[in-house]
Design a protein around this ligand. Structure first.
Ligand code: SF4
Length: 99
């Protein structure tokens, strides 16, 4: 079962045993509000990667106007999103290759 999770810029291909969002025993759906980066159930499209890059740029703009520590945290968050998008771009496979 696939679950769209636009807030996390991904699709969740839910398998209980892999889930990092700590679903209840026997749950048949993820706890998307508790989605964790690095989960093996994550599927990203090129569109998700582009959205991650765009969101990182917006966060950088906020960081430019934020006080020191807050700006630093925002830039770190933007960098993390950018790395996630870069990882997608470096490892993405076509749907045909996965079939
Ligand atoms: S952590 Fe995210 S990707 Fe993993 S199962 Fe939970 S909702 Fe799905």
């Amino acid at each position: 079962m696939l679950y769209d999770n636009p807030d996390a810029f991904l699709i969740c291909a839910f398998k209980h045993d892999n889930a990092l969002c700590d679903p209840e025993p026997g749950a048949t759906a993820p706890r998307q509000y508790a989605c964790q980066s690095g989960c093996g159930n994550t599927v990203r499209t090129d569109t998700h990667a582009h959205q991650l890059q765009a969101w990182a740029s917006e966060i950088d703009q906020l960081a430019a106007h934020a006080p020191g520590p807050v700006g630093k945290r925002l830039r770190a968050n933007a960098d993390k999103l950018r790395r996630t998008a870069d990882t997608h771009d470096a490892t993405a496979q076509t749907a045909e290759a996965l079939a």
